[in-house]
Design a protein around this ligand. Structure first.
Ligand code: AMP
Length: 183
């Protein structure tokens, strides 16, 4: 099963992705965490990404695409994955499809956690992360609206979009997702 989780900052992407991974026994590729870890470890990827992550900007596409080109070749993701935080733009969605078609793979579902903006804002402000300060958060919300929302059209056109009301307790959201992906 190959799943993509879409939603704004604070939509519950991380929580739902983790639950899906344990319920479906597939690995999680959480791009924000991968980038933060790479920065903490000062790896090659971390050095390239640090200035963007610290300001809430998207890391440039060539860096992300190259990362996935290498990552999706590793054995642990051969049978499927849940991807969280990628793609974040329609361009990344298309690039991901190109890459997957090279690997003779296909996404099963793009799951959109639909949550009102006020809820995204209040949930994110409750977290205590350095890239969740009010100014950076506003920038992340703007980027979400401008760049991520067009991805929904991309997947809908390909009949891959699964829209879920994310403004509910996490277990309920998860059950809704499982009903569809397991059917
Ligand atoms: P997240 O924890 O998913 O909100 O991501 C934290 C930060 O990582 C973002 O503000 C971006 O700087 C960077 N990032 C995460 N995903 C991507 C992506 N798909 N493309 C570019 N940058 C990303």
């Amino acid at each position: 099963m190959r799943l993509v989780i879409l939603g704004g900052p604070g939509a519950g992407k991380g929580t739902q992705a983790q639950l899906l991974c344990s319920n479906l026994s597939i690995p999680l590729l959480a791009v924000g965490d991968i980038l933060r870890e790479a920065i903490a470890d000062d790896t090659e990827l971390g050095k390239l990404a640090v200035s963007y992550v610290e300001t809430g900007e998207l890391v440039p596409d060539p860096i992300m695409i190259e990362f996935f080109r290498r990552r999706l070749l590793l054995w642990d993701v051969f049978n499927g994955w849940v991807l969280e935080g990628y793609p974040r733009t329609a361009f990344q969605a298309e690039e991901l499809d190109f890459l997957l078609s090279d690997l003779a793979q296909e996404i099963d579902w793009a799951i959109w956690l639909k949550v009102p903006t006020e809820v995204l804002l209040s949930r994110s402000l409750e977290r205590d992360r350095s890239d969740d300060s009010p100014e950076i958060l506003q920038r992340r919300l703007d980027l979400y609206r401008e760049q991520t929302v067009p991805i929904l059209d991309y997947y809908e056109y390909r009949n891959k979009l699964l829209t879920v009301n994310g403004d509910r307790p996490p277990e309920e959201v998860q059950q809704d997702i499982l009903k569809v992906v397991n059917s």
